[in-house]
Design a protein around this ligand. Structure first.
Ligand code: PBG
Length: 331
């Protein structure tokens, strides 16, 4: 008798998918609490935490509730938070951003007192929450964002945040040369140990809407940030941004948003030796929550799938509003 022909299909891919333990054993991607950074908002002059309607489960914290939330993050073993401030008053330069008595600086000191080194304190470094026109930098005579005048102010913000206890400053304004300016200002002030997490490839995305609710930012005259943030049509340009930021001294480079830019995350991972972060932004979170509230998707399952995909694409670190709920489930 002839030997039977090689059985078809030649390779049974389903063998290793049969049981949960087998699937666990061969999983290529492992999402861990260690990967997560929780973005938090602290608002000056409020007595009670204020819910952000477009970000279910997210609040503008009071100084007290912020500290409590930080303690909860420590108990969940989340390694880091990133802090955004909502000041009482705004002006043309955004001066509350570098005031030692400004809300983020005050909050950073209180957080450091409370949690010591148990949490990495990342301070978002930008001016848009503090300027009355809502742009990420100062305006020139024509109403355009003045790159180099803004760099000088970013240096001041970085030093104020470092003085208040930030471990990491995270410039998100997409000004050219911002990493070098901030690194220089920190070093000159003796803060050589403070790291820079650069929003290196940050796109002019329509997914930041709920965040702007959370920080009470409206861009004057119905404007946008397309003059400084990246065009979503461009991928190669992201690699130039990343290379520039690394050359300027960035310790961590970030891609933002995440899901619509998985190709960019993968490409950045391939060229960068530094840790790569991705920001799963407010609109990405809000879409999951909204569809789940309608009963149209299983929100928990989709959140896990989304964040796993971001990790699989190459992110080492993920900033996400899902951090605490996910840490509870991964525990
Ligand atoms: C700017 C900043 C933004 C976000 C983080 N830093 C908004 C913007 O560029 O308009 C968005 C984060 C999110 O949507 O979750 N300071």
């Amino acid at each position: 008798m002839d030997k039977p022909q090689a059985s078809f299909p030649a390779r049974r891919m389903r063998r290793l998918r049969r049981t949960p333990a087998l699937r666990r054993l061969v999983a290529e991607t492992r999402l861990s609490v260690d990967d997560l950074v929780a973005p938090l908002f602290v608002r000056e002059g409020i007595a009670e935490p204020q819910p952000v309607p477009s970000l279910p489960g997210v609040v503008q914290h009071t100084r007290d509730s912020l500290v409590k939330e930080a303690r909860r993050l420590v108990s969940l073993e989340i390694p880091a938070l990133t802090l955004f401030g909502v000041p009482l008053g705004k002006d043309a330069l955004g001066s509350a951003a570098w005031d030692d008595g400004g809300i983020v600086q005050v909050a950073l000191r209180e957080l450091r007192d409370e949690v010591g080194d148990a949490l990495v304190l990342i301070a978002d470094l930008c001016l848009d929450e503090y300027t009355d026109h809502g742009h990420c930098g100062v305006l020139d005579g024509r109403g355009e964002v003045d790159n180099d005048a803004t760099l000088e102010l970013y240096g001041r913000v970085a030093v104020a945040q470092a003085r208040a206890g930030a471990d990491v400053v995270a410039p998100s304004g997409m000004m050219d040369g911002q990493v070098a300016a901030i690194r220089g200002a920190l070093d000159d002030a003796g803060f050589t140990e403070v790291a820079v997490l650069a929003y290196a490839a940050k796109y002019a995305s329509a997914l930041y809407g709920p965040f702007r609710d959370a920080v009470d930012v409206t861009i004057a005259g119905g404007g946008d940030r397309k003059g400084y943030q990246q065009d979503p049509r461009n991928g190669r340009e992201a690699l130039t941004e990343v290379r520039l930021d690394l050359a300027e001294g960035a310790d961590i480079v970030m891609v933002k948003p995440a899901l619509a830019y998985l190709d960019v995350i993968a490409a950045v991972r391939a060229v960068a030796d530094a840790p790569v972060a991705a920001y799963h932004v407010s609109g990405e979170y809000a879409m999951v929550k909204a569809a789940a509230q309608q009963g149209w998707i299983d929100g928990d399952a989709v959140a896990l799938e989304h964040l796993t995909a971001i990790k699989r694409a190459g992110a080492d670190i993920i900033l996400t509003y899902h951090a605490a709920e996910l840490a509870e489930r991964l525990a």
